[in-house]
Write a protein that binds this ligand. Structure first.
Ligand code: GTP
Ligand code: ZN
Length: 375
């Protein structure tokens, strides 16, 4: 379908249907709502924009183009300098001119996921406008509480609702051991599934309602793509065999994209969501370790490092078994990581500033040499 045809056929109500049905459950979901369109985005549009533009969602980011989805279908938008300047990522909403299909602007995000880019020198945006996350962890040697805490910090920082999916239930004889280990996570909703079995994953539909965008987090091989395929009933994502010896995966998810499910939820399976350095998640980390934060306030010294200081409430809780030592160690490790990453970014910013000052002064000197009368 050509772009101009696409836009001429479009309608103007921007998806949020006000059919007067007060009951959310019986209300029909519009095509745009099925893509995650919400009042939060609609209210950002001016009257002119309502008339003259169309909202489209970024479903996938390719090297030099974006794949967008709107009320009328899929459109490919070249990643021109003007578009790239906004740094759109998967999940973003863009406004395009109705007549010309030109990029108008990007809408503010309701949430965003960032990570420290591999190499540890800059921040990378990995997804936007996500409502909840499924932290997937298989019930085998790959199960790792510290990794779950890392994902939780990311989810909580962005204001997304976290859910924990314990996969490979069919390969695990005793689920209770894993469930017991999750006691420190209090009210975190947990589901035990065999991702290969559609009757087993059907319980998750309650956590991915129409119009919701859910990001799958979890290390390679835990079954994120398998879960996506079984939930959707179609082979949307590639899956891969894992190495038996160490239960580790082989990195099978290659593309970062949003997958619409038939009932109107969207799942994001992204390679960037597997292993990542934490950055800008101080609030999310504090929420993830709220119990430790609280205990630390009772320590005798306000700068207590919770090691061997007298009157340390944290060490006392560890000694009486009410706090896991691993949890303290991971809290401190993630705090150090955040500090290190903020420091690196600040240094890089300062370096960039110094470099541009140097560049300007070299340019000035060159100009003075060329036109000696100028100052
Ligand atoms: N028995 C069993 N096998 C599963 C389950 N979930 C996934 N698998 C298998 O585990 C392997 C890895 O699954 P994937 O879905 O590719 O894992 P992934 O998390 O998407 O991996 P990446 O794409 O590398 O991040 C595949 O062979 C799946 O068939 C499960 O619940 N039970
Ligand atoms: Zn202490």
């Amino acid at each position: 379908m050509s772009k101009s045809h696409f836009f001429r056929r479009s309608v103007s109500r921007h998806g949020i249907q006000s059919a007067g049905l007060s009951n959310e459950r019986t209300r029909e979901v519009s095509p745009l709502e099925k893509l995650g369109w919400k009042p939060f985005f609609l209210q950002q549009l001016s009257f002119e924009e309502l008339e003259q533009t169309l909202p489209l969602r970024v479903m996938a980011v390719h090297r030099n183009r974006l794949e967008l989805a709107g009320e009328q279908g899929i459109v490919s938008l070249p990643l021109t300098a003007n578009v790239a300047l906004n740094m759109p990522t998967v999940g973003d909403w863009l406004l395009l001119q109705r007549e010309t299909a030109h990029f108008e602007r990007m809408l503010n995000r309701s949430s965003q996921f960032e990570r420290m880019a591999p190499g540890g020198q800059q921040v990378q945006m990995i997804a936007a406008n996500v409502d909840s996350v499924f932290i997937v962890s298989s019930m085998n040697e790959d199960f790792n509480l510290s990794r779950i805490e890392r994902y939780l910090a990311l989810a909580k920082e962005s204001g997304c609702r976290p859910h924990l999916i314990l996969s490979k239930a069919d390969l695990c004889e005793d689920h209770s051991l894993f469930l017991q280990a999750l006691r420190p996570f209090g009210e975190l909703p947990v589901a035990v599934v065999n991702s290969l079995d559609k009757d087993s994953v059907v319980q998750l539909r309650l956590w991915c309602l129409p119009g919701e965008t859910i990001a799958l987090l979890g290390s390679s091989g835990v079954g994120k793509s398998t879960l996506l395929n079984t939930l959707s009933g179609e082979p949307l994502a590639e899956t891969g065999e894992i190495r038996e010896a160490d239960s580790k995966g082989r990195h099978t998810t290659r593309k970062r994209s949003l997958h619409p499910l038939s009932w109107g939820a969207l799942l994001l399976d992204s390679p960037g969501m597997r292993e990542f350095g934490l950055v800008h998640v101080e609030g999310g980390l504090a929420q993830t370790f709220a119990d430790l934060d609280e205990l630390a306030r009772e320590c005798r010294f306000s700068d207590c490092q919770h090691q061997s200081e007298p009157g340390c409430a944290v060490q006392k809780a560890i000694a009486n078994g009410s706090m896991e030592e691993r949890r303290l160690q991971n809290w401190q490790k993630l705090q150090r990581e955040l500090c290190r990453n903020s420091h690196t970014l600040a240094q890089k910013r300062a370096g960039d500033r110094a470099l541009s000052q140097l560049y300007r002064s070299v340019q000035n000197q060159a100009r003075l040499r060329k036109y000696p009368g100028e100052n």
